[in-house]
Design a protein around this ligand. Structure first.
Ligand code: SF4
Ligand code: SF4
Length: 245
């Protein structure tokens, strides 16, 4: 018997084989915290009634939990193309669910799996954050005030212009040398940076980055290599100094 196949509206991929749907669901179900986040579902809708995202988007935590609880593989895959990215991760749902489910936590798992599978929805959602990620990896800091603009953060919507006003004052108050690098303001030491790289490698963060943004991964790899060389040089210098003593 032929297995049903569904379309992927974001990527334009015409059909998703049943085996792929099963693989995606298995990755969700085998996540280390999956059993902690779902215990059943009354379909009562309390989570959706209290969910801020449900008020503004075509999104319902009740629907997400139902799809998972009933193992609706096509629906799960479909929700991962857009809906899961509407959750604000506020966890109001988790505080209210009579079954002690955490729809927000389940969405987090689905997002991780979407990234692992390199889904177009994940690439689209994460694209505006590439500058932030590069900033974190290269300097250890997230944002400089000059980076917060409407163009860089389209996902913040039109109201980002309201944030612009006080930022203009803030930018004037920050010394010029710190505007782009924040070196002076919040310097992260070399050892910490190198330790962070090891953690990101060991936990699969960099593999995920390679899946969703290969160009950024290449740039980040170069930055990491440079910093690791700097760190090795510093260690060698320390050893030489110790020998001289
Ligand atoms: S509040 Fe809990 S039981 Fe009710 S629909 Fe949401 S997840 Fe299901
Ligand atoms: S965590 Fe997500 S699903 Fe839960 S209430 Fe907040 S926005 Fe809604």
């Amino acid at each position: 018997m032929a297995h049903p196949q569904i379309s992927d509206p974001v990527s334009g991929t015409p059909q998703v084989p049943r085996a792929k749907l099963e693989e995606v669901f298995e990755d969700i179900r085998s996540h280390s915290v999956y059993d902690h986040e779902i215990h059943g579902c009354l379909n009562c809708g309390i989570c959706t009634a209290t969910c801020p995202s449900a008020h503004y988007y075509d999104y319902s935590p009740r629907e997400i939990v139902q799809l998972l609880w009933t193992e609706n593989l096509e629906g799960i895959y479909d929700a991962m193309q857009e809906k899961i990215w509407a959750c604000a991760q506020c966890y109001t749902c988790a505080a209210r669910c009579p079954f002690e489910n955490s729809p927000g936590g389940l969405v987090m798992i689905m997002r991780e799996v979407a990234i692992k599978h390199g889904m177009e929805s994940a690439k689209e959602v994460l694209r505006p954050f590439s500058r932030v990620l590069l900033k974190v990896i290269s300097t250890g800091n997230q944002l400089a005030p000059n980076m917060i603009t409407k163009e860089a953060f389209p996902d913040w919507g039109p109201n980002v212009s309201r944030i612009d006003a006080p930022l203009n004052i803030l930018r004037k108050a920050i010394p010029m040398p710190t505007m782009h690098t924040l070196d002076t303001a919040w310097e992260v030491n070399l050892k910490t940076s190198v330790e962070l790289y090891t953690i990101w490698e060991a936990t699969g963060v960099l593999d995920q980055l390679e899946t969703v943004d290969e160009n950024l991964f290449d740039v980040v790899s170069d930055v990491m290599e440079e910093k690791r060389e700097e760190w090795e040089e510093w260690l060698e210098e320390q050893e030489d100094e110790d020998d001289e003593d």
